[in-house]
Design a protein around this ligand. Structure first.
Ligand code: ADP
Ligand code: MG
Length: 323
C-alpha cells in the first residue's frame, strides 16, 4: 500500500541528511574507495552520491529499490555486528517512495552501465549508458509527493548544516576512503584515498588544530582504542570537534565524553571542551546496537573498563605534555 510505504519511509528518511547517510553507507558497503557527495539547497532539491564501488547488475537494480531487498542480511546476529552498515533493506525503498531517483550503475562484469529513472516508487525509464564501474544515485525533489513531511523540515540552511556535520563525521570515521563534499556548487572538502587520519583532520579543520592534538593508542583484551586529544592550546567553547566512533560508526556517548572531559579538566582546569577524535574497536559481542536507523547510540557491556582506561590515558598523555 502506497500510504503505508510513505509513512514507513519517514522512519528511515526523516530529513535530507538521513538520505545522505544511507547512500554513503551503501557506497562504503559496496567497497567504494572514492565517494563524491553533492547537495543543493539543503538536499531538498538535489542529492547525489557517486561511488566507485562494485555497482549493481542490470537485473538487480529494480529489486534493490524494493522493501526488504538487502544483499547483506544473512543472519539475525548480523544486526549486532557493526561491520556491515546496512542491514535493513529499507533505505532505497524508502528514498524512492518520497523523491525522484535516477540511478546510474555498472558492475565489473558489464560492458555498459544502466541508467534508471524512478518516480512515485516506480521505474519509468531505463537505458544503457557508458559508465565507469560504480554507482551514482541522484535524489531530486525530496518529499514532492508528501507535502506534510516537507512542511516539517527545518530551513534549507539548517538542513544543509546537518548534512555538513554528517559529512565531517563520515569523512573522519572513514579516513582512508576518499570523500569529496560539494555543497551548492562549492567544494567544502576533499579527502583522499589511503590518506591517514592526521592528514584528513588537517584537510577538514586546518593545520592549527591538528598541530595541537596528542596521538594515543590503548589496548585491552577485548578492545583497542586510538585517537587524538587536544593539549591545552586548543579547546573550544562547544563540543563541535569531539568525535567518537565504535567499529567505524559514529556514536554519541555521554559517558565517554564525560570521562575525557573530566580527565582533561583535572590536568588543565581552565580548558572547557577538549577537542578529540576517538576510535574504539570493540569485539561486537560486547556491543548492543540500538537498531533504530537514525540513532547514534550503542550499549557497551564492558563500558566501565573502557572508561577507566580512557580516563587514565587522557591524564597520562596530558601530564606528560605538561611535566
Ligand atoms: P541495505 O543497505 O540495508 O541492504 P538498501 O535499501 O540501502 O538496503 O540497499 C539495498 C541493496 O541495494 C543493497 O543491499 C545493495 O545490494 C544494493 N546497493 C545499494 N546501494 C549500492 C551501491 N552504492 N553500490 C552497490 N550496491 C548498492
Ligand atoms: Mg543501506
Amino acid at each position: 500500500n502506497d500510504t503505508i510505504q510513505k509513512i514507513a519511509a519517514g522512519e528511515v528518511i526523516e530529513k535530507p541528511s538521513s538520505i545522505v547517510k544511507e547512500l554513503v553507507e551503501n557506497s562504503i558497503d559496496a567497497g567504494a574507495t572514492n565517494i563524491v557527495v553533492e547537495i543543493k539547497n539543503g538536499g531538498l532539491d538535489y542529492i547525489e552520491v557517486l561511488d566507485n564501488g562494485k555497482g549493481i547488475a542490470k537485473d538487480e537494480i529494480e529489486i534493490a529499490f524494493k522493501r526488504h531487498a538487502t544483499s547483506k542480511l544473512n543472519d539475525f546476529n548480523d544486526l549486532y555486528n557493526l561491520q556491515s552498515l546496512g542491514f535493513r533493506g529499507e533505505a532505497l525503498a524508502s528514498i524512492v517512495s518520497v523523491s525522484k531517483v535516477i540511478i546510474s550503475t555498472r558492475t565489473n562484469d558489464e560492458k555498459l552501465g544502466h541508467k534508471v529513472y524512478f518516480e512515485d516508487g516506480k521505474k519509468i525509464e531505463e537505458r544503457p549508458i557508458a559508465k565507469n564501474i560504480g554507482t551514482s544515485i541522484i535524489v531530486k525533489d525530496l518529499f514532492y509527493n508528501v507535502p506534510v513531511r516537507k512542511r516539517f523540515l527545518k530551513s534549507k540552511t539548517t538542513e544543509a548544516n546537518s548534512i555538513t556535520n554528517l559529512m565531517y563525521k563520515l569523512a573522519i570515521g572513514n579516513y582512508g576512503i576518499g570523500i569529496t563534499y560539494i555543497k551548492d556548487d562549492k567544494l567544502i572538502f576533499e579527502t583522499k584515498e589511503k590518506e591517514n587520519l592526521n592528514s584528513v583532520l588537517t584537510e577538514l579543520f586546518g593545520v592549527n588544530i591538528v598541530d595541537n592534538l596528542l596521538e594515543f593508542t590503548l589496548s585491552g583484551r577485548e578492545y583497542k582504542i586510538n585517537g587524538y586529544i587536544s593539549n591545552n592550546k586548543y579547546y573550544r567553547a562547544n563540543r563541535s570537534l569531539q568525535y567518537i566512533y565504535i567499529n567505524g560508526r559514529y556514536i554519541e556517548s555521554k559517558e565517554i565524553r564525560d570521562s575525557i572531559e573530566t580527565a582533561y579538566k583535572a590536568v588543565i582546569p581552565n580548558g572547557r571542551y577538549p577537542v578529540f577524535q576517538i576510535f574504539l574497536s570493540i569485539n561486537p559481542k560486547h556491543i548492543d546496537v540500538n537498531i533504530h536507523p537514525n540513532k547514534e547510540k550503542v550499549q557497551i557491556t564492558i563500558l566501565e573498563e573502557i572508561l577507566n582506561s580512557i580516563q587514565l590515558k587522557t591524564k597520562e598523555i596530558l601530564n606528560q605534555e605538561f611535566s
